[in-house]
Design a binder for this molecule. Structure first.
Ligand code: ADP
Ligand code: MG
Length: 201
């Protein structure tokens, strides 16, 4: 069995994250929790690359459509459409515009429970209801109702892989194997070492 510390997840600082000067803050949160940055690059994504990215998971259209409908209903609002697949057609078209509108920073972060820890720090998809203390909750005021009324994607600063299977596919979609670094970070001795016997002189 591989050690949990080898888990990897894909994070993208979206164009609004770069434009709002939050790249450093976002990176800092992942550093501070103890994760290791093992790959990073800045690029302006191609439209086809974004469509492929969001459809790597064949269930993404259904899950995201259902989540949007639930987001409306939980606030006593009526969703713009009842069919989750029709909703995600629109979301995907808007996402292609959003994610190709300027440079993004794609990164791979590694460490124990990387996928879940990153999702926890990032917060829920809709900033209106993302928890306080999460990146989306602290730095964004967008909502489904506002983005849908304006026919655009929710601007929520970050993409983060949703589960381990997606993370593996997404890392391969954004990075060549040689672009992902294998190296030791000094602080890993403190985070993972069983005995902590290297501290005292
Ligand atoms: P997450 O990024 O939290 O994993 P999803 O995978 O469900 O969320 O959706 C991908 C992205 O699509 C979101 O981060 C957001 O930018 C956008 N998005 C999702 N649902 C909507 C919606 N109902 N209206 C506008 N944009 C949306
Ligand atoms: Mg997602």
């Amino acid at each position: 069995m591989t050690h949990p510390s080898t888990e990897r997840t894909l994070v993208i600082i979206k164009p609004d994250g770069i434009q709002r000067g939050l790249a450093g803050e976002i990176i800092s949160r992942f550093e501070k929790v103890g994760l290791k940055l093992v790959a990073s690059k800045m690029l302006i994504p191609e439209v086809s690359h974004i469509e492929e990215h969001y459809t790597l998971d064949p269930e993404w259209r259904r899950i995201t459509g259902e989540k949007t409908i639930e987001g409306y209903k939980s606030k006593g609002l009526t969703p713009p459409m009842d069919d989750p697949y029709k909703i995600t057609e629109v979301i995907l078209a808007n996402l292609k515009k959003y994610m190709t509108s300027g440079p993004v920073i794609a990164m791979v972060w590694q460490g124990a429970h990387a996928v879940k820890i990153v999702r926890k720090l990032v917060g829920g998809t809709e900033p209106l209801t993302s928890d306080v203390g999460t990146i989306r909750g602290d730095y964004v005021l967008d909502s489904y109702a506002m983005s849908d009324a304006d026919s655009r994607a929710i601007r929520n600063l970050i993409h983060a892989s949703g589960n381990l299977a997606d993370a593996e596919k997404e890392v391969n979609h954004w990075f060549k194997p040689e672009e992902v670094m294998n190296y030791r970070l000094v602080q890993e001795e403190i985070i993972y070492d069983v005995n902590l016997d290297g501290i005292l002189e």
